[in-house]
Design a protein around this ligand. Structure first.
Ligand code: BTN
Length: 248
């Protein structure tokens, strides 16, 4: 394992690991901001227990945070990470990334990558792992119709270590202004959030309810209005957007 010269957040790199989130979980004593970048993952994980195909050529990175905020305010860390990814991809590839609430990174309606945020609560408080996966120079076979990659969008090979360094800077900057500039970056999140204004299905186990996506609240939650007029804030689970990923 190498330590790249970064300051003050450290970026560790490995060639292969099961999952960068799982590997960081096995390093409980590392400081706030420690990041782990893998060239490939043998057991990459997505949200809702799904797997995340992670062949060489993608960016697979996790950051460990020890936030001061209580666990119920942690949803906005996923939103913060999405904003950091947008900024980093724009800086490195001049490409605009959209966000499908809450954790999908999308270009032209196709999935570029995703974010997996996990919480560990213990005697010393809350530890958060934010894992980011992006298709950079390859497109994993099983997701081709609904997915895209940076290379497919720009026609250029992407340096994943360079993108990881830029992402580190963006994440670190956002982490510093997490509370002081929250309104600003949530505005950026909302402006990039393609879920807003769309018909969505809110999926909870077997239940599916159709709603209109209205806005993002101060914690990063999704305000929706169901067909019967009831309004609610969605903070977990799955929200499908009509017209995307096969939902017609
Ligand atoms: C999703 O689309 O559901 C989220 C995908 C998150 C994938 C990243 S890759 C780095 C980190 N390690 C993992 O096992 N998962 C996240």
């Amino acid at each position: 394992m190498n330590t790249l010269p970064t300051s003050p957040w450290q970026l560790l790199t490995v060639s292969e690991v099961d999952s960068t989130n799982s590997a960081l979980k096995r390093m409980p004593d590392v400081p706030h901001g420690t990041m782990l970048l893998a060239a490939r993952q043998s057991g990459g994980r997505g949200r809702l227990g799904r797997s995340f195909a992670s062949p060489e050529g993608g960016l697979y990175l996790s950051v460990l945070l020890r936030p001061q905020a209580p666990p119920e305010r942690l949803l906005h860390l996923t939103a913060m990470a999405a904003v950091a990814v947008r900024r980093a991809v724009f800086a490195c590839c001049a490409l605009r990334v959209d966000i499908k609430w809450t954790n999908d990174l999308v270009v032209r309606g196709k999935k570029l990558g995703g974010i997996l945020t996990e919480l560990l609560t213990g005697a010393e408080g809350t530890t958060v792992l934010i894992g980011i996966g992006l298709n950079c120079n390859t497109l994993p076979g099983e997701v081709k119709e609904m997915a895209t990659s940076l290379r497919a969008e720009t026609g250029q090979e992407v340096s994943t270590p360079a993108l990881a360094q830029t992402l580190r800077q963006e994440l670190q900057a956002l982490d510093r202004e997490l509370l002081t500039k929250q309104a600003l970056w949530l505005e950026e999140f909302s402006a990039a959030c393609i879920t807003l204004g769309k018909t969505v299905q809110v999926i909870r186990g077997e239940s599916r309810r159709t709603a209109r996506a209205l806005s993002i609240d101060a914690e990063g939650g999704l305000r929706v209005r169901y067909e019967d007029g009831e309004e609610a804030t969605i903070t977990t689970g799955e929200v499908s957007v009509r017209g995307m990923y096969g939902y017609v």
